[in-house]
Design a binder for this molecule. Structure first.
Ligand code: NI
Length: 138
């Protein structure tokens, strides 16, 4: 467990007001918790520029189950990358709608590439990748 260090920040009162509103809306317990998560998010995103960064993430897909071959192509691409894909959760949302959450781990650039390939397929309504550092300094 890292030591906690306190530091103070100076900012304009209207910016602080907006930040406090944001903290409340996002239900952060404290300003510190919000600042910690925002800093981590920014640093994590910056780290993706280093392509060998060990990363983990989830790719959430919502897609049309009835689009010809889509389900098969999604599964085939995942089977071709078993070194990157740890697990998949599938939920049948409606008659023709599926939700899939794919858990990934590996070099950041490869995760981004396979996520782009998966969510770029025809018939995908929504595809969102959330990445985190897996390098032990989250
Ligand atoms: Ni389904």
């Amino acid at each position: 467990m890292a030591d906690i260090v306190r530091f103070s920040v100076s900012l304009e009162d209207d910016l602080l007001e907006r930040f406090d509103r944001y903290c409340k809306e996002q239900q952060y317990a404290t300003r510190s918790e919000a600042v910690r998560q925002l800093i981590r998010k920014e640093l994590t995103e910056q780290a993706w520029e280093s392509q060998s960064e060990d990363a983990a993430g989830t790719l959430t897909l919502v897609y049309d189950h009835h689009r010809p071959q889509l389900a098969e192509r999604l599964t085939a691409l995942q089977h071709d990358h078993t070194d990157l894909i740890i697990s998949t959760l599938h939920a049948h949302l409606a008659h023709d709608l599926c939700l899939e959450v794919i858990v990934l781990r590996g070099p950041a650039d490869r995760l981004q590439k396979i996520a782009s390939q998966l969510r770029g397929m025809k018939g995908i309504y929504k595809g969102e990748l959330v990445m985190a550092s897996a390098a032990g300094r989250a």
